[in-house]
Design a protein around this ligand. Structure first.
Ligand SMILES: Cc1cc2nc3c(=O)[nH]c(=O)nc-3n(C[C@H](O)[C@H](O)[C@H](O)COP(=O)(O)OP(=O)(O)OC[C@H]3O[C@@H](n4cnc5c(N)ncnc54)[C@H](O)[C@@H]3O)c2cc1C
Length: 471
């Protein structure tokens, strides 16, 4: 077994106790759901390792269905740009990669999993990605129930395998020592072994060939939300991730201590690439560490390791992380007590979605999601906190935040989405001074932002064309 790939990265779906390969299997199938890359991928490494033991080839399958929640041109485009890089990356490693873009409507009789099932029925073993939120936990159960071959999910998302942490942590300062304790063991380059057998496998369906040029047409043909366009300023895929990483190491990392100023391009902007697995967190951390800015690296490590993996820990241990039950009891009570406090304004879902509140800074932040598919961390905190004061109660605030975050942000639908949103409601935080509406839940003021950074400049930077709903 490669040195890094220890048992704690393997997740056996409930009810599966053995990974004894199915006899007569023609290959090891790796079904990519999350880790959309051809290198530095523990699930792939496990598949190669098992295939080499069995003297079989590896077949990698990635399909895009039209029916996942919030499916839109934005996410489809970003992932298809990633498919171009995956196709090149797998070809370079001599591994057969198959993509299928499912453009069929969700109607009776259409089984969006038919190709996967057909491929799995010929496999000795099925390997997929582990992910503790969005549609992945359900998809893993469905896969287990619909195939004969043993199924295993592999954690390529976390640096310290999520499974090695045996309890839920209530805050950064509690999980940090647990993550740091064995970090040197885990933060190592990911092995990229070669497959021994590369015999081509005949496919039971016609794969989709994706090129940079045909992506707009492919996306236009999908029954998805065409009102959310590709994000301005972003290109998906491992190559774009590598380019941004190289730029950031040179220009952003040295300024990382200025990361709370949304006008400074100091943060890595790796979150969309992490979310879609287009670059390994390992790769980014090792590159940042090697660059030699110790103080900046330590802060970056704290965000990327502590805060990110705290969010994975939350989603893993709390299946209700999409609801207010994930808010700590003290904070839930405080917010409930504040429900009758007078509000300066109550906005409708549409007014929030299309950036039509009375606050230009908040509107600019929302426009950052609408158009750019990404928002600066400091603005996300202000953005989330403000909505608590503009809605009737915490449940309503969380509902609309989740919708806006996950519909528009490239990095949405992620454990960090729920870690970040719930933080606005007091999760992972402590009580502060009492105020109306928020009680002792930490308050952040849009008005006070003026003293912290150039608000006018930020608002200006979010000017631009309008989406349909904004007009
Ligand atoms: C209301 C709200 C919503 C958020 N929604 C998301 C989301 O949908 N997806 C998402 O990835 N992050 C979310 N965050 C966390 C954070 O804002 C983003 O991860 C960060 O802004 C991404 O930019 P970056 O990659 O340049 O960050 P960097 O500062 O370069 O940090 C590197 C990486 O560390 C991780 N990270 C940084 N801050 C946090 C954090 N507070 N919590 C968890 N992980 C963190 C991310 O993976 C990030 O890419 C949210 C935060 C808030 C307050």
């Amino acid at each position: 077994m490669p040195s890094q790939l220890q048992d704690s990265r393997l997740w056996l779906p409930e009810g599966i106790n053995s990974l004894t390969p199915r006899e007569g299997g023609e290959y090891v199938l790796y079904w990519i759901q999350v880790t959309q890359r051809a290198v530095d991928n523990f699930a792939l490494e496990y598949a190669i390792e098992q295939a080499n033991k069995l003297g079989l080839p590896v077949l990698v399958y990635f399909s895009l269905r039209p029916d996942y929640p919030w499916a839109s041109d934005r996410f489809h485009t970003f992932m298809l740009e990633g498919v171009v890089d995956m196709a090149a990356g797998f070809a370079a490693r001599g591994i057969q990669f198959v993509h299928f873009l499912d453009q069929r409507e969700q109607v009776e009789g259409v089984d969006h999993h038919a190709n996967l099932k057909a491929l799995a029925s010929r496999a000795a073993l099925v390997v997929t990605d582990w992910f503790p939120t969005f549609i992945m936990p359900r998809q893993l159960r469905q896969l287990r129930d619909s195939v004969d071959a043993p199924v295993v999910a592999v954690d390529s998302a976390c640096v310290v395998p999520a499974q090695s942490l045996e309890k839920a942590y209530s805050g950064a300062r509690h999980i940090r020592p647990a993550l740091m304790e064995h970090l040197d063991n885990w933060l190592q380059p990911v092995p990229n072994e070669s497959p021994d057998v590369t015999t081509p496998i005949a496919l039971p369906f016609e794969p989709t060939i994706v090129t940079a040029e045909n992506i707009p047409d492919l996306v236009a043909g999908c029954p998805i939300d065409h009102t959310v366009p590709p994000a301005i300023g972003w290109t998906g895929g491992t190559r774009a991730a590598e380019e941004r990483l190289a730029w950031w190491i040179e220009n952003g990392l040295p300024r990382y201590l200025e990361r709370n100023d949304p006008n400074v391009d100091a943060t890595s902007k790796m979150s969309p690439y992490f979310h879609f697995g287009q670059i390994a967190v390992h790769r980014v951390l090792l590159a940042a560490r090697a660059a030699g800015h110790k103080e900046q690296y330590d802060k970056f490590l704290d965000e990327t390791l502590t805060w990110r993996e705290l969010a994975f820990n939350l989603c893993r241990f709390d299946p209700k992380h999409r609801t207010t039950s994930a808010i700590p009891e003290w904070a839930r009570k405080e917010l409930a007590n504040g429900e009758d406090d007078p509000r300066e304004a109550l906005y409708t879902d549409d007014e929030l979605e299309y950036a039509r509140t009375g606050d230009p800074l908040w509107n600019a932040a929302q426009r950052s999601y609408l158009h750019h598919g990404w928002m600066h961390n400091y603005m996300r905190m202000l953005w989330g906190k403000s909505v608590i004061a503009w809605t009737d109660n915490a449940a309503d605030a969380l509902r609309i935040l989740e919708h806006l975050n996950n519909k528009y942000s490239l990095d949405g639908r992620d454990p960090s989405s729920y870690g970040g949103m719930l933080w606005c409601f007091g999760k992972f935080d402590r009580p502060f001074y009492r105020r109306p509406i928020y009680g002792t839940v930490r308050y952040m003021s849009l008005k006070a932002a003026k003293g912290k950074f150039d608000v006018g400049r930020y608002i200006e930077s979010m000017e631009g064309g309008l989406l349909e709903g904004e007009r």
